[in-house]
Design a protein around this ligand. Structure first.
Ligand code: OSB
Ligand code: MG
Length: 368
């Protein structure tokens, strides 16, 4: 298909409550929406690296500029008939997986809309539904956290992810495990620790966590491999897996026993699927992570979450958990406890709500 037009919007979406992690206390999520148009049909993508380079080295303002000045012009007025071709055209630009993913996701939505099939089906999903988990950031107190977790288990969530950072660490996990002796939990450290904290992770072993997500530096593989050799709890990599090559190396050196795949962080759906296949053939299970995307990016995540070898509930959430009104329409809702169902229709079957987009837009541009 020939890419006739590329529209880019940087948006700022206020959260209903602050999301506190090891890298930031966030009150809003910044994200970049990308619309590719071919022959009058459009597809949408989303890149949500957030407002500042705290999670990774990219940020929404930079992603906007990069797509506008460099990546977009490489695709505009060209025949891009496969996602492999799209990735090849973007390959000369080093790194910047979120920016590339914005375009890759939009291409997949466009391609599957033209083909008239749902994205999950085109990718080889098991069905339109995927299991999702609950996820809680740092809270006012451990008591509040425990009440919140109790509610999540009552609502039927099968696993709970806990943010873990200095001051909200071992003691918190100990209290949670005591309150819920058989609950499935894992912690996400968002790269706040170093190998010199090995003793802390050895102590975590007694709490029978499903995994420890990204304990060490955001770009490290070697120390994670050393850590994994020294503890029983599986290590799951998030930040460190930024490409197919990084995933291959992580697996080769034994840096993890799980991989959290975020289509944004790995450069798109095309690369996410490759990582998933490589992991599967190496006996490494995966699950889908999230960046608090709007329903648009969340729909792409959900489509990936329906694939085989996704063996842990995903971080895809009902819109209302984070947003008073989702920028994407329709909004994401639970189909039943712990399960979200992809929207019926071709592609992701989700688009920005025009009024909401107008309200949340920070800057926009159209390449034609
Ligand atoms: O590390 O997985 C992460 C949100 C923003 C940036 C990074 C991360 C997260 C989450 C939230 O953990 C996942 C979610 O609740 O969707
Ligand atoms: Mg994470």
């Amino acid at each position: 298909m020939r890419i006739d037009q590329i529209q880019i919007h940087r948006v700022r979406m206020p959260l209903v409550y602050p999301f506190r992690t090891a890298f930031d206390d966030a009150y809003a999520v910044e994200s970049v929406l990308v619309k590719l148009t071919s022959n009058g049909v459009s597809g949408w993508g989303e890149a949500a690296p957030w407002e500042s380079p705290f999670y990774c080295s990219e940020w929404a303002g930079g992603v906007f500029l990069l797509i506008k000045d460099w990546l977009g012009p490489r695709l505009l007025h060209r025949e891009i008939d496969s996602s492999v071709q799209l990735q090849e055209r973007l390959a000369p630009f080093k790194g910047n997986p979120f920016a590339k993913a914005g375009l890759d996701l939009a291409w997949w939505d466009l391609h599957t809309r033209i083909a008239g099939v749902p994205l999950w089906q085109a990718l080889g999903g098991r069905g339109p539904e995927a299991e999702v988990g609950a996820d809680f950031g740092v809270m006012e107190s451990i008591d509040v956290l425990i009440e919140t977790i109790a509610r999540a288990f009552q609502e039927g969530f099968k696993r709970v992810k806990l943010k873990f950072r200095p001051g909200w660490g071992l003691e918190m996990v100990e209290a949670v495990r005591k309150a819920f002796p058989s609950g499935v939990f894992h912690v996400d450290c968002n790269s706040a620790y170093r190998l010199s904290d090995l003793d802390l992770f050895r102590q975590l072993d007694r709490f029978n966590l499903a995994m420890i997500e990204q304990p060490l530096a955001h770009d490290d593989l070697i120390d994670h491999a050393k850590l994994q050799q020294s503890i029983a709890t599986p290590v799951c990599l998030d930040e460190s897996i930024t490409s197919v090559e990084k995933a291959e190396k992580a697996i080769a050196v034994g840096a993890c026993r799980w991989i959290n795949i975020k289509p944004g962080r790995v450069g798109g759906i095309t690369t996410a699927v490759k990582i998933l296949r490589k992991a599967e053939s190496s006996g490494i299970p995966c699950w889908i992570g999230g960046m608090l995307e709007s329903a648009i990016g969340a729909s792409h995540c959900l489509a990936l979450a329906t694939l085989p070898n996704m063996l842990y509930p995903s971080d895809v959430f009902p819109s209302e958990r984070f947003y008073a009104k989702d920028l994407g329409s329709p909004e994401i809702r639970l189909a039943r406890p712990s399960v979200i169902r992809a929207f019926d229709g071709a592609g992701i079957a989700c688009e920005p709500d025009p009024r909401e987009l107008e309200l949340r837009k920070v800057e926009s541009c159209t390449l034609r």
